[in-house]
Design a protein. Structure first.
Length: 166
C-alpha cells in the first residue's frame, strides 16, 4: 500500500491557497445585488453635455434645404405636381455654410414667368427654414435665393402645343 505524498491534499479538498466551494468566490455577486450601472430595464440618464456631439455635414443640410425648396414650389397653386419648378426646369439646389448650430443657406432655382416671384421666394424661404430647423435642429437666420432662370409660360405652352401637332 502506498501512502499519499505529504504535498498532495486528500481527495475532495481544494488545493492549497483556494477558498472552499461553499464560501464566497471571486467574480460572484451575492443574490439581490443590482447590476453595475443600475437596473438594465431603466439605464441611468446621462446629461446631454456628457453624451458627446453630433455633427451634421453641410452637404446634408444642403440636401434638406433643396428638398424643402422642391416641396415649397410643388405646394404653390399651379405648381408642378412632383417636380421642383417649371416643366423642363432644373431642380433647386442649395449651398449651406454651418457654424455651430447656425446654417446660412443659398438656394438656386428656376421659376415660371409671369408669376409672383416675391411670393414664390417667400414660400421657399419659409419652407427651408422650417425643414432645416425640424430635421437638423439648426437655426436659419437667412436664406438667400438666386433665381437662375425664368421660364416663360407662353413659350412653354407653345412648345407643348407644337409637340402635340407633330
Amino acid at each position: 500500500m502506498s501512502t499519499p505524498a505529504k504535498d498532495t491534499p486528500p481527495k475532495g479538498t481544494p488545493p492549497k491557497g483556494t477558498r472552499p466551494k461553499d464560501g464566497p468566490q471571486v467574480g460572484r455577486v451575492p443574490a439581490g445585488t443590482p447590476p453595475v450601472g443600475g437596473d438594465r430595464a431603466t439605464p441611468a440618464r446621462v446629461p446631454p453635455a456628457e453624451r458627446g456631439a453630433t455633427r451634421i455635414a453641410d452637404r446634408v443640410v444642403a440636401k434638406i434645404a433643396a428638398q424643402a425648396a422642391r416641396e415649397a414650389l410643388a405646394a404653390r397653386p399651379g405648381g408642378p405636381p412632383k417636380g421642383a419648378g417649371p416643366a423642363g426646369a432644373a431642380a433647386p439646389h442649395a449651398a449651406v455654410t454651418v457654424h455651430h448650430d447656425i446654417a446660412r443657406v443659398r438656394v438656386s432655382l428656376e421659376l415660371d414667368y409671369p408669376s409672383d416671384l416675391a411670393e414664390s421666394c417667400a414660400a421657399v424661404r419659409r419652407q427651408v427654414v422650417r425643414r432645416v430647423e425640424d430635421c437638423a435642429g439648426m437655426a436659419v437666420p437667412e436664406v438667400d435665393i438666386d433665381i437662375e432662370h425664368l421660364h416663360s409660360a407662353r413659350i412653354r405652352s407653345a412648345a407643348v402645343r407644337d409637340r402635340k401637332l407633330r
